[in-house]
Design a protein around this ligand. Structure first.
Ligand SMILES: [Zn+2]
Length: 170
C-alpha cells in the first residue's frame, strides 16, 4: 500500500513538473512573439502619425502666409520678419510639413533670420558656385551655378553680372 502511494506521489510530481515546464515554455514563446511583432510600436506610430488632411491644408496655408508676412514687413521691422520665420518653422515642424524651397531660401539655415540680398545676405560668385553669406551669423553656403540650356556652366557664364539667379528677383 505504501509503495503504491509512493508511486502515485512520484507520478503526480512528474506530471506537475511537466505541466510547469510546458507553461514556462509557452510563456517564453509568447514573449518572443510579442516582442517580434512589436504591436505596441505600431500602435504608437499610429497615434503619432499625420494630422487630419483638413488641418494639414490649413497649416500649409498658414505657414505660407507667415512667410509672405515676413517678406512684407522686413523693410519696416526686420526683427518682426525673423519672428514670422520662427512661427512659420514652428507650424511646419508641428504638422511635419515640407517647407517649399522658394520659402526655405528666404531665411538662414543656421540662425533662422530672414534674408534679403544686399541687406542681410551677401551673394558672390566664386569658381562656378554662388556663395551666400549670412550677415547675422557669418555662416556661408554654396550653390552650384547651372544654366537652363546645358545644366552646366562655362567659365564665361560664371562671370558676375552675366548671371541672374532667380532668388534675387524679390
Ligand atoms: Zn545666419
Amino acid at each position: 500500500m505504501a509503495v503504491l502511494k509512493k508511486v502515485r506521489k512520484d507520478l503526480s510530481e512528474e506530471v506537475s513538473k511537466e505541466a510547469h515546464k510546458e507553461t514556462h515554455d509557452a510563456g517564453a514563446s509568447d514573449k518572443r512573439i510579442s516582442t517580434g511583432s512589436s504591436r505596441r510600436g505600431r500602435r504608437s506610430r499610429q497615434r503619432y502619425s499625420k494630422k487630419p488632411a483638413k488641418q494639414l491644408v490649413l497649416a500649409r496655408k498658414h505657414m505660407i502666409s507667415l512667410f509672405e508676412k515676413a517678406r512684407a514687413v522686413f523693410n519696416k521691422d526686420p526683427s518682426l520678419a525673423d519672428r514670422y520665420v520662427s512661427l512659420a518653422r514652428k507650424v511646419a515642424m508641428k504638422f511635419k510639413l515640407r517647407i517649399p524651397s522658394k520659402y526655405k531660401r528666404l531665411y538662414c539655415q543656421h540662425c533662422y533670420r530672414f534674408l534679403v540680398p544686399g541687406k542681410t545676405l551677401r551673394v558672390r560668385v566664386h569658381e562656378h558656385r554662388l556663395i551666400y553669406y549670412c550677415s547675422h551669423c557669418g555662416k556661408f553656403w554654396r550653390k552650384p551655378l547651372k544654366t537652363a540650356r546645358s545644366g552646366t556652366v562655362t567659365r564665361s557664364d560664371a562671370k558676375p553680372g552675366r548671371f541672374e539667379p532667380d532668388h534675387l528677383s524679390f
